[in-house]
Design a binder for this molecule. Structure first.
Ligand code: SF4
Length: 448
């Protein structure tokens, strides 16, 4: 019998994907959307009849599915051909949808803590349409307890008159979809705006004194180069926004880029590989840190973290209710996830008939709820074991002992008392690491 201690097997490196192939990379929810089912829609109706969990904040998400052009990398439900009558019908439908919710026991009498206008392009709406929409929403669920009103904007749609109205209507976080500063790159990726519109919109938004202006960038657009990326970061820093969000380019199935790849029989997207994109985000984070920004998540750098919060993200990742309105939007109420109808006409018709336009739903069990919050909060780069023990019972260091050890072995994670932390290398690839925490039946499946 041997008396020597067996040598532990070498730590296998994480399976590293290189090229950008088709599929969703970004993890925005759990369990994966492909598990949400039409037959479970009744769960949401039942959840709406129950009172809400005391103290759980309520947010509203409103999807504005209109854009001037369809970007080639876009996978959202958007329309570029709707006239003002169709837009008016849509806004009225979203208000009617909100009115139905406002009468349900789960929502009645609650005041929203945050509102998020996403898209699509919320700033595509005219000033009159925006006033009608905001006024109608406030009349149904008063905004006197609102901490944040976030609004996504495409620079080319922001006239001075519209920006002023957006400010007066109460938007506190204006997010400018800049994506890149180079006109050629913007053009070949199908963006509608030009670089000069970025400077003009940003300058006037600053004059209007929005409490928070965010600049949104994408690392790895078609034809992006290292030199151009560095130039984008220089320009971003020169503008000195309150926060910067950076997403790595992914190519989901229903994008124009993927359709073209398929037609040409290509498996690899014509964009930088993952290592390069991570390198670019790392470069951006380093440059932003040099001028005083703090990295507050895998995608976000903030100039003053004491002053600049992102309430929508933080509440959502801590399990807040999210009442989602509009075509194809995703919500979460009283423990049930749901998604609305993803086509314009059926969505509007259902609401006009006085019904909720729910397409599919899922009620996670306790363990899935724990996994959801854990993986979402890991995107912040650190989380508290104590928070999870108090809220869910088990110590996450025990519940997730195996995947945590895996991430430790790979050199991405440490556990230090109450804190579970990812280092920078781990944070830059967090979305692919999160799959380690998924239940076996949710791994290696189509995400959306
Ligand atoms: S502006 Fe945004 S939502 Fe509209 S097409 Fe481009 S990526 Fe999609």
């Amino acid at each position: 019998m041997s008396t020597t201690t067996p040598t532990p097997p070498p730590v296998t490196a994480p399976p590293l994907e290189k090229q950008t192939t088709v599929g969703n990379y970004f993890v925005s929810n759990y369990p994966p959307f492909s598990f949400w089912k039409q037959e479970d829609v009744g769960d949401l109706y039942a959840a709406l009849e129950r009172p809400s969990r005391p103290g759980n904040p309520l947010g509203i998400y409103l999807h504005i599915p209109f854009c001037r052009k369809r970007c080639h990398f876009c996978y959202f439900r958007v329309y570029t051909d709707k006239d003002s009558a169709a837009i008016k019908a849509y806004i009225d439908a979203t208000l009617k949808e909100l009115a139905i919710y406002a009468n349900k026991p789960a929502i009645r009498g609650r005041k929203p803590n945050f509102v998020y206008f996403g898209g699509g392009t919320p700033s595509y709406l005219s000033v009159d349409q925006l006033k009608h929409l905001f006024g109608g929403m406030k009349a149904l669920l008063p905004w006197d307890d609102i901490e944040e009103v976030a609004f996504e904007a495409e620079p080319g749609t922001l006239t001075d008159h519209k920006l002023k109205a957006i400010r007066e209507l109460g938007v506190t976080r204006l997010s400018l979809g800049v994506e890149n500063f180079d006109d050629h790159i913007l053009e070949i990726n199908g963006r509608a705006h030009h670089s000069k519109e970025i400077a003009r919109a940003y300058g006037y938004a600053r004059e209007l004194d929005f409490p928070q202006i965010n600049i949104d960038l994408i690392a790895g657009m078609v034809e992006e180069t290292e030199a151009n990326w560095q130039d984008c970061i220089r320009k971003t820093i020169a503008m000195s926004p309150d926060s910067v969000t950076i997403y790595e380019m992914e190519i989901p199935y229903n994008t124009t880029i993927y359709k073209q790849m398929k037609a040409e029989g290509k498996l690899v997207a014509p964009v930088a590989d993952w290592e390069t994109k991570r390198g670019w985000v790392n470069y951006a984070f380093n440059e932003l840190e040099k001028v005083g920004y703090t990295i507050t998540s895998a995608y976000t750098a903030v100039k003053n973290p004491q002053r600049t919060k992102f309430i929508y993200r933080d509440r959502l990742w801590a399990g807040a209710d999210l009442l989602s309105l509009g075509v194809a939007s995703f919500g979460h109420i009283n423990g049930t996830h749901y998604q609305n109808h993803h086509d314009f006409d059926p969505y509007v018709a259902r609401v006009q008939a006085g019904e909720l336009p729910i397409h599919r739903a899922l009620t996670p069990n306790d363990d899935e709820r724990l996994i959801r919050e854990f993986v979402l909060q890991l995107k912040l780069g650190h989380l508290s074991r104590d928070y999870f023990k108090k809220k869910f019972g088990p110590d996450p260091a025990e519940r997730f002992a195996v995947p945590l050890q895996t991430l430790k072995d790979w050199g991405f994670l440490t556990i230090d008392g109450d804190a579970i932390r990812l280092n920078r290398e781990g944070l830059l690839q967090v979305d692919r690491l999160l799959h380690e925490f998924f239940l076996p039946q949710h791994k290696n499946v189509r995400y959306a």
